[in-house]
Design a protein around this ligand. Structure first.
Ligand code: F6R
Length: 242
C-alpha cells in the first residue's frame, strides 16, 4: 500500500481530487466506485469546483456507490442516493443514468444485491474505488466478521456504526438497521483503490490497518493483499502510527 501523508482534511481532499481528475481526463469512460459519509465531502466539493472552473467532463463516466440503507427511498435526505445527488451528481455533467446506487426501498433487497453485483460485472467492474473507513475497520458497510469472499449483500449494521451515523439523523431510532453493501470480494475486484483517512477518530483504525494482521474481524485489512492501493491520510489520523 502506498501512503501519502498530508497535513489535514483539506489537503487530503485536494490530493484525492487531483488524482481522480487526472484519471477522468485520461480515461473519460472510467468506472468510478464512490463512497458516502463525511470523509469524501471535501473531495466531491473539489471535483465540482474543478468541473465548473476547468470543465472536466463526466459525460462518459459511470459511477457505482458502495452502499445504501435499506428502507430509505431516493428522495429521503438521509439516503445515500440523495447524498450523492446533493454532493456531486447535480453539479457535474454526469448522465443520471450512469450513476448507480443500490436501491434502498426495494421490495426485494436480496434480488437488488444480485442485480447490483451483475451490473458491476456487466460494466467490467470498477476502475478506481474511493473508500473511507469505519472506526471498527469496516469498508463499505462490511462490518467486522464479514467474509472476505462476500459479494453485494445485506448487512445488519453494528450499534457502533449506527451511533457513528446517527449524527445525520434526528434520532438514533431513525437510523436504519440494515444496508445493502458491495461485498469485500466486489471491492477487491476494483483495479485500483484510493482510501481516504482523516482525523483523530480514525487513528486507531489506521494503526490497526498498517500494523495488524489480515483478518476478517478487521475488514479493511484485506486491502493489504490488493496490488494497487493508495492511502491518503492526514496528520491527525497518522498520530498513533509507530
Ligand atoms: C460509506 C461507506 C462507509 C464510510 C465509513 C466512514 O459509503 O461505505 O464505509 O466510508 O463509515 O464514514 P465517515 O466518512 O463518515 O467517517
Amino acid at each position: 500500500m502506498n501512503i501519502i501523508k498530508v497535513k489535514n482534511y483539506d489537503e487530503m481532499s485536494r490530493k484525492a481530487a487531483e488524482m481522480i481528475i487526472e484519471k477522468v481526463r485520461r480515461t473519460p469512460s472510467i468506472n468510478l466506485g464512490l463512497a458516502t459519509g463525511g470523509t469524501p465531502v471535501g473531495l466531491y466539493g473539489q471535483l465540482v469546483q474543478d468541473h465548473q472552473k476547468n470543465g472536466t467532463s463526466y459525460k462518459k463516466v459511470q459511477t457505482f456507490n458502495l452502499d445504501e440503507y435499506i428502507g430509505l427511498s431516493y428522495d429521503n435526505p438521509n439516503s445515500y442516493r440523495y447524498f450523492m445527488n446533493e454532493q456531486l451528481f447535480n453539479f457535474i455533467d454526469i448522465c443520471p443514468g450512469n450513476t448507480h446506487v443500490p436501491l434502498g426501498n426495494t421490495k426485494d433487497p436480496q434480488q437488488e444485491c444480485a442485480d447490483y453485483e451483475a451490473l458491476l460485472k456487466k460494466h467490467g467492474g470498477v476502475d478506481l474505488q474511493i473508500l473511507g473507513i469505519g472506526s471498527n475497520g469496516h469498508i463499505g458497510f462490511n462490518e467486522p466478521g464479514t467474509s472476505f469472499q462476500s459479494e453485494t449483500h445485506i448487512i445488519e449494521l453494528t450499534e457502533s456504526t449506527r451511533e457513528a451515523n446517527a449524527r445525520f439523523f434526528n434520532s438514533m431510532d431513525e437510523v436504519p438497521t440494515h444496508a445493502i453493501t458491495m461485498g469485500i470480494a466486489s471491492i477487491m475486484r476494483s483495479k485500483e483503490i484510493l482510501l481516504l483517512i482523516s482525523g483523530e477518530k480514525k487513528s486507531d483504525a489506521l494503526t490497526q490497518l498498517l500494523q495488524g494482521e489480515v483478518n476478517e474481524n478487521f475488514p479493511a485489512s484485506i486491502l493489504k493483499t490488493h496490488p494497487c492501493v493508495t492511502i491518503i491520510a492526514d496528520e491527525a489520523a497518522l498520530g498513533k502510527v509507530a
